[in-house]
Design a protein around this ligand. Structure first.
Ligand code: SF4
Length: 354
């Protein structure tokens, strides 16, 4: 199987795509060869996106009581979970969280709101104001994950200075109806296409470990490639009590590393960001996973779960050979985890609304 890894590496480094069949072969490599696959993906990452890492802080600006039934999500109003439920926070609160995120070393700040979409005019006006202020008052890129948006809303967000809009596919088309019945995979892909149309960078990824097959995972990577997803967050299910996926067996760290590496080989030029479920699922292999082709991570707390100290994450990235580029004026090691944005509650993965 080593020859398959080397063939895939050679193809991608020389500018070709690997085929779906090649990718599927890589899903079947024995565990002992996963470090070789990771090394190949790391080389591809270095060649196509360099060694600067994107570190993103999430702010959960509105939590819980969602009308949708995503089966991994602790914020769905369909399930009884311990995720906090609160209405949208104020502009001042968002700006204050953004400044704390910048101080802890984040290069990007993403406002995440539970719910189907931005259907409340007053709330949307708050988001627009927050985007303008965070863009003006910090050096970070400003992103948002607000569910389904209209074209007019996207144009307004673009004008306000939004960099990326996050709207994860969550799962491949062939598995999506097993994890959500209140909206469709097609609605999600159409939304991501619209994001691109309005000149906003699309951030779209998915969740591993929801019971999907290797084929589903590979299909998801190719769907994201076809959509031109600029940034691909890879969440790993952190099963939350009360959700239908609350008892799912977690993925093993080596298995996660394998898929991060395969996603990099399929998507050589995208930002691949390790998102929700990182600490709990990867444990001591977090640095190894970063060295399997990723070039981004969520710093600090996730939407429903607490992350470890940002200073430890930044040290890990530097130890793994990445160049961490904090926004000018930030003091990452001097800020405690408790000052991190209060991204306190959302999806079971900690990573995905929208
Ligand atoms: S993932 Fe987003 S849309 Fe789905 S239930 Fe959770 S908050 Fe609602």
């Amino acid at each position: 199987m080593l020859d398959r890894i080397l063939a895939a590496r050679e193809a991608v480094l020389s500018g070709s795509d690997i085929t779906r069949e090649q990718a599927l072969e890589l899903t079947r490599i024995p565990e002992i060869l996963i470090p070789y696959l990771a090394a190949a993906a790391n080389e591809v990452r270095e060649k196509f996106v360099g060694n600067e890492v994107e570190s993103c802080a999430l702010s959960n600006i509105k939590s819980g009581a969602c009308s949708e039934d995503c089966k991994f999500c602790a914020q769905s109003g369909h399930y009884k979970t311990d995720a906090p439920v609160y209405p949208q926070v104020s502009v001042e609160e968002i700006v204050s969280q953004a400044k704390a995120a910048e101080a802890m070393g984040a290069t990007e700040f993403c406002m995440v709101s539970s719910g189907w979409g931005a259907t409340n005019e007053r709330e949307f006006a708050t988001v627009l104001e927050a985007v303008r202020r965070v863009k003006t008052e910090t050096k970070m890129f400003v992103d948002a994950s607000l569910g389904f948006l209209t074209g007019e809303q996207m144009a307004q967000l673009k004008e306000a200075g939004l960099f990326r809009n996050n709207h994860n596919l969550e799962a491949a088309k062939g598995y999506f109806d097993k994890i959500c019945t209140t909206h469709t995979h097609e609605q999600r892909t159409t939304h991501v296409e619209m994001v691109r149309h309005y000149g906003i960078h699309p951030c779209s990824g998915g969740i591993l470990g929801m019971g999907e097959t290797p084929e589903n995972r590979i299909d998801l990577a190719y769907e994201l490639k076809a959509l031109g997803s600029d940034c691909v967050p890879i969440n790993i299910l952190n099963p939350r009590r009360g959700t239908p996926l609350g008892d799912v067996e977690p993925l093993k760290p080596l298995e996660i590393m394998k898929y991060i590496a395969i996603f990099r080989l399929i998507l050589p030029k995208s930002t691949i960001k390790i998102a929700g479920g990182r600490e709990v699922n990867l444990r001591d292999l977090q640095a190894n996973a970063m060295m399997a082709g990723a070039n981004g991570l969520i710093l600090g707390n996730y939407l429903t779960t607490m992350g470890r100290s940002p200073a430890r994450d930044i040290q890990m990235l530097e130890d793994a050979g990445f160049r961490v580029v904090p926004a000018p004026g930030s003091v990452p090691t001097a800020v405690s985890a408790s000052a991190a944005p209060a991204a306190s509650a959302a999806c079971g993965t900690g990573g995905c609304c929208g």
